[in-house]
Ligand binder design. Structure first.
Ligand code: SAH
Ligand code: SF4
Ligand code: F3S
Length: 473
């Protein structure tokens, strides 16, 4: 456990009892409770979790902590966790074992588990992982000062209350591992959909939207600090709603796009049942709203979609894709696919492949189904597709996507795209790397006139399986 920082208590007592020293005491900045203590924070899972870690870092810095990239030298280790699939949880457990070994060498260390796994397992975590001191769910981060002092006193601390209101709207996130150019801005929390495979409604609670004013303020401040791209985040951004629907997602998108034409605006994730034509028209109206939509399909078969409780059919999804391509011909579309969901037949799997061929997704995140305890699917259906069948189907889906991605990339050859430079290529510092508005990485020779954060026009000359290669024109 930590020693309680004694100087805090002493200095406040002195101020109270020795009037003659009051002026002097006022001039000296009062040490914060945890001044000089080091925080190491590691995040797993979706962008929302990474954005939450930036809120946590902000709260911790307010208490006097500073961050360190070395967990072995930290006083507090936080691991912000994901429960979406079993392997995500296993990765966290392995990592906790490494942290626990470090704690044995440095007994004063505090280990905290944050995020979705904390919410799912609650106090069970303390029983399962003996060296964990704090378990804190995604809506309870404001309680950190409390939990830390409980941990200091040798108690093991848990707060996993979910909230219907909390959006952390007033907290200014501390940008962690930032390139100073792109940032996430959280616009809502939780999810009211009940996709039968999904643990998120249980770990993140009810859906609630953040007030638009604080969103616009955060994005404007980022722009003033030199950021050139914000990604508006929510599990289902299309159901963003403020003041009884007076501000919907299309309105919010417009407000953020109006901050400055040089600020690129992205968003994730859209839901096929909710994405409106109004959003598409807003995207069309503003050059700085990037032409890219992440629209998870999950399956190409209507019966499977119904079991998944996605509330749309294959035909509905195809109609949405057609409309996007009609209104914004240059739009890139990406997706998520679950392979081997309960009772999925060979023909139904073929439907997923044929839908992929039809949609020609620019990229896709593909997962074999992983049963999550407590979800509707776990209660209602048997996870009956054998692992080797899931793997074989996964490889077929992967192969299909690789061929679609390559075809889509090749279509960019010969075109000129506006690219936001976000740094140097991983392979060579003689090359800049950046993103096209389609969210595709573009690599091209660096020059002295430009720097990260600049927009440049790049002519695409060739591609690799995941990257466009070009030159500034
Ligand atoms: N809110 C987003 C995504 C949330 S989770 C949406 O509605 O699409 C990200 C992706 O993880 C999901 O789109 C889904 O493809 C995948 N996923 C969720 N639960 C899963 C499970 N139990 N097994 C495998 N993949 C899962
Ligand atoms: Fe999960 Fe569905 Fe909500 Fe996405 S929309 S977070 S998949 S329940
Ligand atoms: Fe994982 Fe929680 Fe995100 S389960 S995907 S970290 S909302």
């Amino acid at each position: 456990m930590f020693d309680r920082p004694h100087n805090l208590k002493e200095s406040s007592d002195t101020q109270m009892h020795d009037e003659s020293r009051q002026g002097e005491a006022l001039m000296i900045e009062r040490p914060k409770q945890y001044s000089g203590r080091k925080l190491y924070i590691e995040s797993y899972g979706c962008a929302m979790n990474f954005a939450d870690s930036e809120i946590v870092a902000s709260l911790m810095l307010d208490m006097g902590f500073e961050t360190t990239p070395q967990y072995k030298e930290a006083d507090v280790i936080f691991i912000n966790t994901c429960s979406i699939r079993d392997n995500a949880e296993q990765r966290v457990r392995n990592r906790l074992r490494e942290f626990s070994a470090a704690k044995k060498k440095k007994p004063g260390m505090t280990i905290g588990v944050l995020g979705c796994m904390a919410e799912r397992l609650k106090s069970k975590f303390l029983e399962e992982e003996k060296l964990v001191d704090i378990v804190i769910g995604p809506d309870s981060y404001r309680d950190l000062p409390n939990l830390l002092s409980q941990a200091d006193e040798g108690m093991r601390a848990v707060n996993v209350l979910l909230s219907r209101e909390e959006t952390y709207a007033d907290i200014n996130p501390v940008r962690l591992n930032s390139n100073g150019i792109s940032a996430f801005v959280s616009i809502m929390r939780g999810c009211d959909n009940m996709c039968s495979f999904c643990v998120v409604p249980f770990t993140r609670g009810r859906e609630r939207s953040r007030d638009p004013e604080s969103i616009v303020k955060e994005a404007s401040e980022l722009f003033e600090q030199g950021y050139r791209e914000v990604t508006l985040l929510g599990q289902n951004v299309d159901s963003y709603k403020w003041a009884e629907g007076a501000v919907n997602f299309a309105n919010l998108l417009e407000l953020v796009a109006q901050i400055n034409p040089l600020l690129r605006v992205r968003f994730s994730t859209s839901h096929p049942k909710d994405i409106t034509d109004e959003v598409l028209h807003t995207m069309k109206k503003y050059e700085n709203i990037c032409n890219h939509i992440h629209l998870p399909v999950q399956s190409g078969n209507s019966r499977v979609l119904e079991l998944m409780n996605r509330t749309y059919t294959r035909e509905w999804y195809i109609e949405r894709i057609d409309t996007i391509k009609r209104l914004i011909p240059d739009c890139s579309i990406s997706t998520d696919i679950i392979i081997g969901f309960c009772t999925e037949t060979e023909e139904e799997h073929q439907d997923t492949l044929s839908l992929m061929e039809y949609a020609q997704f620019d990229f896709a995140y593909m997962y074999t189904y992983s049963e999550r305890p407590g979800t509707l699917a776990a209660k209602r259906f048997e996870d009956d597709i054998p692992e080797e069948v899931k793997t074989r189907r996964f490889n077929e889906v992967l192969k299909m996507q690789q061929s679609c991605s390559l075809k889509r990339l090749e279509q960019h050859i010969g075109k000129t795209h506006q690219v936001l430079i976000d740094g140097y290529s991983k392979k060579s510092d003689k090359d800049f790397s950046g993103k096209s508005e389609h969210n595709i990485t573009v690599v091209f020779p660096a020059n002295e006139n430009n720097k990260p954060g600049d927009y440049v026009n790049v002519e695409i000359v060739r591609c690799t399986p995941a990257t466009l290669i070009g030159q500034i024109i």
